[in-house]
Design a protein around this ligand. Structure first.
Ligand code: RTP
Ligand code: MG
Length: 141
């Protein structure tokens, strides 16, 4: 398996629940390393740009409103197969369908307020990392 980097966001609901540390512990226990991190309250245009791929979807407006409702914690995770590993730790988009023991099963309330984001493929991981971090902000490999 290849050493990968992926973008992770702890969404406003999970930040408000004060579980950043608990979520970081799950990343670390799974062998994922935090190689960059920042806390940020996204502007509307930042959230719209980040989720531009979903612009035409019926949930786009609600998604943007939710993502700007409070600060988020944004990190780059590195590890063997980091993209899939992080998606596994996160669980299904809808917490009602998420496997027991996943981040969404344990911390998410609804499909809108679903605690975390994770890149879904190598291409989206590169674009999403570059969306929030300058190369100089990432730990060298
Ligand atoms: P994410 O991008 O946040 O990691 O989540 P995901 O890949 O599991 O889900 P995606 O299909 O990319 O959707 C992005 C976010 O939009 C919200 N959503 N709402 N109401 C709905 O039917 C619906 N579908 C998606 C979720 O908050 C999802 O995380
Ligand atoms: Mg997605």
């Amino acid at each position: 398996m290849a050493l990968e980097r992926t973008l992770s966001i702890i969404k406003p609901d999970a930040v408000a629940k004060n579980v950043i540390g608990e979520i970081y512990a799950r990343f670390e226990k799974a062998g994922l390393k935090v190689v960059a991190a920042k806390m940020k309250h996204l502007s509307r245009s930042e959230a719209e740009g980040f989720y531009a791929v979903h612009r035409e979807r019926p949930f786009f407006g609600a998604l943007v409103e939710f993502m700007i409702s409070g600060p988020v914690m944004i990190q780059v995770l590195e590890g063997e197969g980091a993209i899939a590993k992080n998606r596994e730790l996160m669980g299904a988009t809808n917490p009602k369908e998420a496997d027991a023991g996943t981040i969404r099963a344990d911390f998410a309330d609804s499909i809108d307020a679903n605690a975390v984001h994770g890149s879904d493929a190598p291409e989206t991981a590169s674009t999403e990392i570059a969306y929030f971090f300058a190369t100089t902000e990432l730990c060298p490999r």
